[in-house]
Design a protein around this ligand. Structure first.
Ligand code: GRF
Length: 217
């Protein structure tokens, strides 16, 4: 079985990257993490990749004149490693429309809210401030607009009385670690197609796009 060669872009702790690495450690997982790129040399996620025996590269955005030049460097590195697909995993730079178009339907992101609600930074704090009773996370194809694009998988969690941002973020993060490997598996298995603004999941796992977590976990 040819596994989908996947690059991951990170900026920080890389717990979602870890979930992808753990999934890909299983020989029957249909994708492999081929290369991890960080825009920050001190991102703890780099050590996770090294421990898993995955190639790493630091491409510091401050070394480039503008976003276009930085994104061109990302693109070259991904192509040099023969990556066919890209996962953003806590990558804290906005990508140019040109990059998003070049990797259209081959580039996915995870966001800690039920999109299209609470786009942008501090999504968990936004959910709390809005008094949401349910929040969660979304894996979606990337489009030039931030936190927009066809939704692949969502995971929902309750917002509990007394939650602060850290408590809600931790509850959501646990589900992120389940749905990101699930989404990549569905794609690598060829079950995901994009029609306009919507994703269709075919085959026996047609309902796999929804993951619900009850209050008891
Ligand atoms: C996650 O909450 C993810 O949804 C957001 O950035 C955070 C990254 O966390 N895009 P980690 O680096 O994967 O631990």
């Amino acid at each position: 079985m040819a596994r989908l060669k996947t690059g991951a872009l990170i900026s920080g702790s890389g717990t979602n990257l870890q979930a992808l690495l753990d999934a890909a450690a299983s020989p029957d997982y249909p994708a492999e993490i081929t290369l991890v790129i960080s825009n920050k040399a001190d991102a703890p996620g780099l050590a996770r990749a090294e421990k898993a025996g995955v190639a790493t590269q630091v491409i510091d955005h401050r070394d480039y004149a503008d976003r276009a030049a930085f994104d061109a460097a990302l693109d070259s590195a991904l192509k040099a490693a023969a990556c066919e697909f890209v996962c953003l995993a806590g990558f804290m730079r906005l990508l140019t429309p040109a990059f998003a178009e070049a990797w259209r339907d081959r580039l996915i992101n995870i966001h800690p809210a039920l999109l299209p609600s609470f786009k942008g930074l501090d999504a968990q704090a936004q959910a709390l401030a809005a008094g949401a009773r349910i929040s969660g996370c979304t894996v979606h194809f990337v489009r030039p607009e931030m936190d927009a694009g066809p939704i692949i998988v969502q995971g929902a969690v309750p917002v509990l009385e007394g939650d602060d941002e850290a408590a809600l973020a931790a509850r959501i993060l646990e589900v992120e670690h389940r749905i990101y490997p699930l989404a990549l598996r569905l794609i690598a298995d060829g079950r995901v197609s994009v029609a306009g603004d919507r994703v269709r999941i075919t085959g026996a796992e047609g309902d796999a796009g929804a993951v619900l977590i009850s209050p008891s976990g």
